[in-house]
Write a protein that binds this ligand. Structure first.
Ligand SMILES: N[C@@H](CCC(=O)N[C@@H](CS)C(=O)NCC(=O)O)C(=O)O
Length: 214
């Protein structure tokens, strides 16, 4: 399997985490987002969306982290990271959707603006019309939702670590890079620490030092 990825991309990191947890070898192709390689013809021929991650597995091409997580987890499972039970699958999908909406347009966007000096996807990198305050507000709201959910459970779905946790955790744990503090959310902080102790966990720049800037 070939993974198109960028070192500091949290969405790419999700897939690298799953590969590491599974102990699966893969070929990694770096796409430099800061040099705009994602918008050059060579990469657009792979992923017309101009985004990483993208995964190629034989004839299969997948251009979204949620789809890639599901595909890889199912191929190497379905348990523990995915499931063969339809109710568990639906609960995992609830959180994959949360990652692609609340998280992407909340803490993801605040981090992109403040730590990378760029706007979020779909806009030119130098577009300055996006509001960091709105992204931070949405980020804090999503943290409150998560904190309430995790106050009575260790993992987001199915009573075990799944791709739901892998999809949601990275940008939440990186929220301080967008000046969104985690301290007011103790259940979220405990979940992040639990996740870091999973065998095979790998880190990303900014996780332990939120002052990290591009
Ligand atoms: N829905 C996509 C979003 C992927 C995404 O946001 N990718 C970012 C990096 S984390 C990207 O490639 N941005 C391109 C750009 O900023 O031009 C997914 O979950 O994979």
């Amino acid at each position: 399997m070939k993974l198109y990825s960028f070192e500091e991309s949290g969405n790419s990191y999700k897939v690298r985490l799953l590969f590491s947890f599974l102990g699966v070898d893969y070929e990694r192709v770096d796409v430099d987002l800061m040099a705009d390689e994602q918008h050059q013809p060579a990469f657009l021929a792979v992923n017309p969306r101009g985004e990483v991650p993208a995964l190629v597995d034989g004839e299969v091409l997948l251009c979204d982290s949620a789809a890639i997580l599901m595909y890889v987890a199912a191929r190497h499972g379905p348990r523990p990271w995915w499931s063969d039970a339809i109710d568990e699958q639906a609960h995992i999908l609830e959180w994959l959707a949360f990652a692609a909406s609340w998280v992407q347009y909340g803490v993801f966007t605040a981090r992109a603006i403040l730590s990378f000096g760029i706007s979020a996807n779909g806009l030119p990198h130098d577009y300055r019309g996006e509001s960091v305050e709105a992204a931070q507000m949405r980020g804090r709201h999503s943290l409150a939702i998560l904190d309430q959910h995790l106050a009575t459970r260790d993992w987001l779905a199915c009573g075990r670590p799944t791709i739901a946790d892998i999809a949601v955790l990275p940008y939440i744990a990186l929220a301080p890079m967008g000046d969104v503090a985690l301290e007011p959310y103790p259940a979220v902080c405990a979940w992040i620490e639990r996740f870091k102790r999973l065998p095979g966990f790998v880190s990303i720049a900014g996780l332990d030092d939120p002052r990290y800037r591009r």
